[in-house]
Design a protein around this ligand. Structure first.
Ligand SMILES: NC(=O)c1ccc[n+]([C@@H]2O[C@H](COP(=O)([O-])OP(=O)(O)OC[C@H]3O[C@@H](n4cnc5c(N)ncnc54)[C@H](O)[C@@H]3O)[C@@H](O)[C@H]2O)c1
Length: 358
């Protein structure tokens, strides 16, 4: 089974191709391009006799400091304006490569081969590159879509379980935000760690087609695409307060649980939206599959989490911006007054979630 579709962007359409085993088939041909790959795949390139510049997938390498070395290597290797760059790896390799592709000789065409579940279901489309500067994560970046995204679900075979769960949570978030049909399709693929490649392929296609709607209607994050930050304000706070021992996707799952708890504390009832009960049950299962995260959750300093939620960059001068679920099951961006009462309720929602995992 395979699937192909196009994404419209301001710089023209690009193609997404999803096919199990595609990477092995294309690997030798990649040697003719400039390749930046996650160092995890060094032996696969060597076995195929294909050259690449290898980068260790660490946040410190997703930086301005790491870029000149790679750019110089590309220049010495003869890369010119006609060179097609190929990037192979997860979100770190994607961000670094997309950034370099966007600035090298003012822009190269490039192909992206995502290798983590998170990158396959989410970050591989949308055209963003984000680079860390000193202690500031994702502070600078560009929009520079690849020409082709080649998704090979077989990469899951070597991916650790917590990485898989983290990516699967990003997928359910996207599908839930898109609506009932997309969410039901997601659940029907029976998302789980180490799921069969055919089911994962269906899950990836559904997640990417759901995200396609958001990025085509609002490419530059002004309105609809902002809803995909669902779970992120609470999630980033938990991720940060755990010093990143809680992985991003798991943090998003916990963040969605907090957003649900917040509404329940406000007296919002989801009686007319059975999809919310299904989401709650599904998240319980997915987060529970990462017992390391659950153990880290119990160690969190809740005041630190609350401070981080309160200082999120998405809030305004006199309002907290939170993405919440409306009684009908739709996702909405609410601007809540910046008062001690709102903050106290945010704190209670966080407490409720942490206690639910005790
Ligand atoms: N540009 C965007 O739109 C966007 C969106 C979301 C996240 N991100 C960024 O993505 C980054 C996180 O990326 P990620 O979670 O995809 O992974 P990653 O690139 O951080 O890699 C995580 C680990 O998995 C390893 N790995 C990668 N593929 C593997 C495979 N198939 N088998 C075994 N190990 C493998 C890597 O070597 C690394 O050790 C963050 O920096 C985040 O800011 C970017």
């Amino acid at each position: 089974m395979s699937a192909s579709f196009e994404i419209e962007s301001s710089t023209g359409p690009y193609t997404v191709h999803v096919e199990s085993g595609a990477f092995s088939r294309w690997l030798a041909a990649f040697g003719k391009s400039a390749v930046i790959s996650d160092a995890f795949f060094t032996s696969r390139f060597e076995e195929a006799g294909a050259k690449a510049t290898f980068v260790v997938a660490a946040e410190t390498n997703k930086s301005l400091e790491a870029s000149p070395g790679i750019i110089e290597t590309m220049r010495k290797g003869g890369a010119n304006r006609q060179t097609h760059l190929v990037a192979v790896g997860g979100g770190i390799t994607q961000d670094l490569s997309a950034f370099i592709a966007s600035v090298y000789m003012r822009g190269l065409k490039w192909t992206y081969v995502p290798t983590t579940v998170l990158a396959m279901v989410d970050s591989c489309i949308g055209g963003k590159s984000s680079i860390n500067v000193g202690p500031y994560k994702n502070l600078v970046g560009t929009f520079h879509s690849p020409e082709v995204v080649l998704v090979d679900p077989e990469f899951i075979r070597t991916l650790p379980a917590d990485q898989q769960a983290s990516g699967l949570i990003e997928a359910v978030k996207i599908c839930f935000c898109r609506g009932n049909e997309s969410f039901e399709k997601h659940l029907a693929t029976e998302p789980a760690v180490d799921m069969p490649a055919v089911q994962l392929e269906a899950l990836i296609v559904n997640s990417l087609l759901s995200k396609k709607w958001f990025i085509e209607i609002d490419e530059f994050d002004n309105k609809e695409r902002l809803l995909l930050n669902f779970g992120h304000t609470f999630g980033h706070a938990m991720e940060g307060a755990s010093h990143f021992a809680i992985m991003h996707g798991i943090g998003v799952g916990l963040g969605i649980q907090c957003a649900v708890a917040f509404q329940e504390l406000r007296g919002v009832s989801y009686d007319g939206a059975p999809k919310v009960a299904k989401l709650k049950a599904h998240l319980r299962q997915m987060i529970g599959s990462d017992q390391t995260a659950v153990a880290e959750l119990k160690k969190l300093n809740l005041d630190d989490v609350l401070d981080r939620v309160a200082s999120d960059k998405k809030h305004g001068a006199d309002f907290y911006a939170l993405i919440l679920i409306a009684p009908d099951g739709g996702v909405v961006l609410e601007k809540l007054p910046k008062t001690p009462e709102t903050l106290a309720m945010v704190g209670k929602a966080i407490e409720r979630v942490v206690e639910s995992w005790a």
